[in-house]
Design a protein. Structure first.
Length: 377
């Protein structure tokens, strides 16, 4: 209930309680005064109960009905006071908040109680006719308000449903676009890399058949082999990107675990650990975590070959974290791949983390190179 309306209803009860005793008949003077005191007390108490149980349907209806009967009798016993205000509140509120049948019953009980008390004490005929018409008019006004509220609620529900439908359409369009991009990657990049890999293998075979002993030949074979390895790794990453874009990616834990196993099989000392309870994570957050682990392991292989690497994946209720650490190599002891790459890997990871609302920190700490990603998921 709006605070203003609640305050007005409290004010009505306070005004009635403060002014009715000042009108004729006075409280407790004779049988009529006693009846006024009783009906006033019942009206105020039931009104207070009604204000306190607004969100509970049955107690609210019961207290409103009692207040209607008591306030109707009070208005009939003291027609020239503010007592009629309580009956007006009852009939209008019942019409606004309750179904038509229930509100009509409460309004009829209020009118009947008023007429009974008014006829018993000889209330003027014009008052006997005017007050019921006023109650009926307020009931009709309340029903109009009730219909307006119903329309407003229906419009709000329609708006919510329209927003949900728009969100669903937007998501469907995004998924369709991602599927299209996945197809393009598969048809263009993956096929191209596969063709390059086949040709590199053929070149390696042809070079291997040439007479040995030439340093240039050995260097060429080494370069071709390295290019083939990079091409195969690119194929793997292209397939992973396609799976991620199609929104049916392997669970993050399995992806990172497989990555660690592949690096371990290549002769790298990767110690992989998991903390927290593994759970599904959004595609973008999972892809950022996987790319961070992949880039950090690649950097460790480039700049600190042969050094042990510690890879940790952490799950919390609101986020995931990836931590990769390896000992710093001696100065000038970088591997043959240390000069490869454009140097923008960590920059791209920071940008990816920022887009997902996360942070990425990388740098030397206590003799180790550490990379830490934390992203909401």
């Amino acid at each position: 209930m709006p605070a203003t309306l609640y305050s007005i209803r409290i004010l009505v009860l306070v005004v009635v309680l403060g002014t009715v005793p000042l009108a004729e008949p006075h409280l407790g003077v004779g049988a009529r005064g006693t009846a006024v005191a009783v009906t006033l007390a019942v009206s105020v108490v039931s009104g207070i109960v009604w204000l306190l149980v607004q969100e509970r349907e049955r107690p609210m209806i019961a207290s409103l009905a009692v207040m209607g009967v008591a306030s109707g009798a009070l208005a009939g016993l003291s027609p020239f006071s503010t007592a009629v205000a309580v009956g007006c509140v009852v009939t209008s509120s019942a019409a606004v908040r309750l179904p038509a049948e229930t509100s009509i019953a409460i309004t009829a009980a209020t009118v009947a109680s008023f007429l009974s008390a008014g006829l018993a004490v000889g209330t003027p005929t014009m008052v006997l006719l005017g007050y019921p018409l006023g109650f009926a008019g307020l009931w009709a006004f309340g029903r109009t308000r009730h219909a307006y509220l119903l329309r407003a609620m229906q419009a709000e529900r329609t708006l919510v449903e329209a927003r949900r439908a728009h969100a669903a359409e937007t998501q469907a369009a995004a998924l369709a676009e991602r599927a299209r991009i996945a197809r393009e990657i598969h048809d263009v990049l993956a096929h191209s890399l596969a063709a390059v890999s086949v040709n590199l293998q053929a070149a390696e075979g042809l070079l291997g058949e040439l007479p040995s002993g030439s340093p240039e030949l050995a260097k060429a074979i080494e370069c071709v082999g390295r290019a083939g390895a990079f091409t195969r790794q690119g194929l793997v990453e292209a397939r992973q990107a396609i799976v991620a874009l199609r929104d049916d990616a392997t669970p993050l834990l399995d992806q990172v675990s497989t990555l660690a196993e592949e690096r371990h099989a290549d002769g790298e000392a990767v110690d992989f650990g998991v903390t927290g309870s593994p759970r599904p994570v959004p595609t973008e957050a999972g892809l950022a975590a996987y790319r961070t682990a992949q880039e950090a392991l690649t950097n460790a292989r480039k700049h600190a070959p042969g050094q042990p690497v510690r890879l940790e994946l952490e799950f919390t209720p609101t986020a995931i974290a990836v931590r990769v650490a390896n000992p710093l190599p001696p100065v000038g002891a970088g591997g043959p791949l240390s000069a490869s790459g454009a140097g923008y890997g960590l920059t791209g990871l920071r940008e990816r983390a920022a887009l997902g609302g996360g942070t990425l920190v990388a740098g030397p700490v206590d003799g180790e190179w550490r990379v830490c990603l934390r992203i909401p998921a």
